[in-house]
Design a protein around this ligand. Sequence first.
Ligand SMILES: *Cc1c(COP(=O)(O)O)cnc(C)c1O
Length: 392
Amino acid sequence: MIRKTRLYTPGPTPLLPAAQFAMAAADMHHRTPEFRALFQKVLAQLKVFVGTKNDVLLLSSSGTGAMEAAVSNLTSPGDPVLVLTAGKFGERWVSLVKAFGCKPDVVSAPYGETFDMAEVRKALKPSHKAIYVQANETSTTVRHDIQAIAKLRDEIAPETILVVDGITGLGTTHFDVDGWGVDIIIGGSQKAVMIPPGLAYLSVSERAWTAMEKSTNPRFYFDLRKERKNAKNGESAYTPAVALIAALGAALDYIAGQAGGDLEKGRIALVNNAEVNAAATRAGLQALGFKLFAPTAPGAAATAVSVPEGMDSGDVVKALKSRFAIVPANGQGEMKGKIFRVAHLGFFDYLDSIALIGAMEHIAKDTLGLKVEFGQGVAAAQKVFAEAVAKK
Ligand SMILES: *Cc1c(COP(=O)(O)O)cnc(C)c1O
């Protein structure tokens, strides 16, 4: 039997063919009018994709490079900051701010849950230079309430910079970046924008630019003020990942094309697409008897699923790969063996969700020995999809 390889990992995600063609054709030097035109077009598109009037910068790095920039550019050694963590990526913020000599106060939530806002309220102080948080904690698939956190910041610590790792939040969550006062929000190329890893992007507010003037932490490659200056002339400070930028332009064209060429509407449609696929997947897998790992605040970027007590989620990962060439993600760290994760962000459609649930019906029977009927999960997912279409 032919088995097509299908990525269901929450980054890297499946590649958009039009973006791959654009990459292959991107034979240009970066100090030319051709590149400057491309770069300026993509930066303008990114503003619409992020939904902000603030500057948006592009960095040639994985997402963590922009996370590092959001620490090194904004802080000085000894600065108090607040980190909100509920999983592996929150823990990355803790390590990062410590690496740059900040003094973090940490509010954490158990894996699979989001924050108790009363705890955040108690911990937040006007002296905090910045708040660091994920929009979507990809390791547990929980979505955090960025609007509520922004409101608390406005009330308690109006000078504090709000930095959001939106690497799997962008394209899967409706944000009002400027309305809520999100100072920095970070995205990565291998997530909802359907292209390979290697680019990070971030929006930067006036409040953040002002804060940067006083920060003394060292930075060189990820010097945001230098990137801003160069971006004004349609260039980046160093040799950019030209081919990935061409791919990003093609992907954003595609997203706009999903809504008649209107990128803002296309972004909204992309978020709604992820929401419907996540809801259908949750319903389908629950109908097979699986428990969600993040039932109270599930995000639309990916869904983490627990396997029954005494079973190993690695067996599900292996069976999906060997029988159906499906590539899901295992749990990270302590969650390894307990959960598996499947993505909905970017270039996933309804039939991808159906394929995954159909495959899981086989795995549930044969690998895990659960009592399920063929069609039991698929039917539940179809119902969710039909209801979502009827509502439109
Ligand atoms: C993928 C991801 C990152 C970035 O990781 P890189 O490997 O540096 O691209 C950061 N935060 C979240 C929430 C992610 O999902």
